[in-house]
Design a protein around this ligand. Structure first.
Ligand SMILES: Cc1cc2nc3c(=O)[nH]c(=O)nc-3n(C[C@H](O)[C@H](O)[C@H](O)COP(=O)(O)OP(=O)(O)OC[C@H]3O[C@@H](n4cnc5c(N)ncnc54)[C@H](O)[C@@H]3O)c2cc1C
Length: 311
């Protein structure tokens, strides 16, 4: 392993991921005078927030555009002088208490403490046609791809906040939005449900699952299966937006750390993971509410815990 640290020194702290949790940790870490580095796999920082068209529940900033909010988080960290490096963390090792992080390009970074803030990403539906029509009608991001379906009929699959937000967003540009939900009630927040039911061009298909996505060169529709009698029917749509939950970005990198059955890193409010000196912040850890405000709070807690560990 070749050491890639700028000064050939070991950092106090490496933060992996620069969504709200990682950026908050970076700001707190700089204020604490730590010699730190933030590793981010994407060209842009901000995490999931960048794909959120409206954030209405972040205190003091009602009605924010998600992209702008993500940019503000990044600008705050930049103004504090946070050093960023592009790299996808792929492997973890520990030698004599020093944590080593290897990135996809083969670089190796060393630190005495680590904050894992890699967040989460959309879960797959895992039905025939999903992979085949990905990018050809199947999307996981209404704010990114919705404009391609202007004036068309689309389906949104799911029943949580994200699915309902997506359906509302798409209703503003699509001819008709079919929300397909496997139960007889939605999990989404009441305020979102109220907005959804006020949309005249949204139809909710209750107690239905999507068993396949069909088409030719592009997706042309979904096969619905009724929860009541397993009967199947076809629904013609040009776009299929899948919003059936999230899964943590733990992957191979996190094999050394304890995870729950869903793959989330086991850590409490102090963010301490199962290996001393490693902390999990934001959506990647076991917690009740995965939101920007809790991710940002984790960033502060994780740095506080890391500082105590380093001392
Ligand atoms: C469509 C949508 C709408 C939402 N709406 C709201 C809302 O209105 N209000 C609200 O409070 N919350 C909302 N959320 C949830 C909120 O965005 C998340 O809770 C929050 O972004 C979690 O922050 P995080 O920093 O833990 O993770 P993330 O935002 O997921 O950021 C993780 C970062 O880590 C990077 N990364 C991942 N793996 C690696 C790796 N191996 N190496 C290097 N970097 C890596 C990623 O590229 C990313 O930049 C929404 C989420 C979605 C998807």
């Amino acid at each position: 392993m070749n050491n890639s640290n700028d000064s050939n020194n070991t950092y106090d702290l490496i933060i992996i991921g620069s969504g709200p949790a990682g950026l908050s940790a970076a700001v707190y870490g700089m204020r604490a005078g730590l010699n730190l580095l933030v590793l981010e796999q994407n060209p842009m920082s901000g995490g999931q927030v960048l794909n959120t068209y409206e954030v209405d529940n972040y205190l003091g900033m009602p009605g924010s555009n998600g992209f702008d909010l993500g940019m503000k988080f990044k600008e705050h960290a930049q103004a504090m002088g946070v050093p960023f490096r592009k790299g996808a963390a792929t492997a973890f090792a520990e030698r004599d208490g020093i944590k080593q992080v290897e990135t996809a390009d083969g670089a190796v970074y060393e630190a005495r403490a680590l904050i894992l803030a890699m967040g989460a990403e959309h879960a797959l539906l895992n039905v025939p046609g999903e992979q085949e029509y990905k990018g050809k009608g199947v999307s996981y991001c209404a704010t990114c791809d919705g404009a391609f379906f202007k004036g068309m009929d689309v389906a949104v699959v799911g029943g949580g906040d994200v699915a309902v937000e997506d359906a509302i967003y798409l209703s503003r540009m699509c001819r008709k939005v079919h929300l397909i939900h496997r139960r007889d009630s939605l999990r989404a927040a009441k305020s979102l449900q109220d907005k959804l039911f006020a949309c005249e061009n949204v139809e909710v298909h209750w107690n239905q699952t999507v068993s396949a996505i069909y088409g030719k060169d592009l997706a042309e529709g979904v096969t619905l299966r009724s929860a009541a009698d397993d009967g199947e029917s076809r629904l013609a749509v040009e776009g299929v937006f899948i919003a059936v939950g999230m899964r943590p970005n733990t992957g191979a990198f996190c094999g050394s750390f304890e995870q729950d059955e869903g793959g989330y890193l086991v850590a409490g409010e102090d963010c301490a993971a199962s290996v001393p000196g490693v902390f999990a912040a934001g959506d990647i850890r076991t917690k009740q509410v995965r939101q920007i405000v809790t991710a940002v709070a984790d960033g502060a807690n994780a740095v506080y815990s890391a500082e105590r560990y380093l001392r």
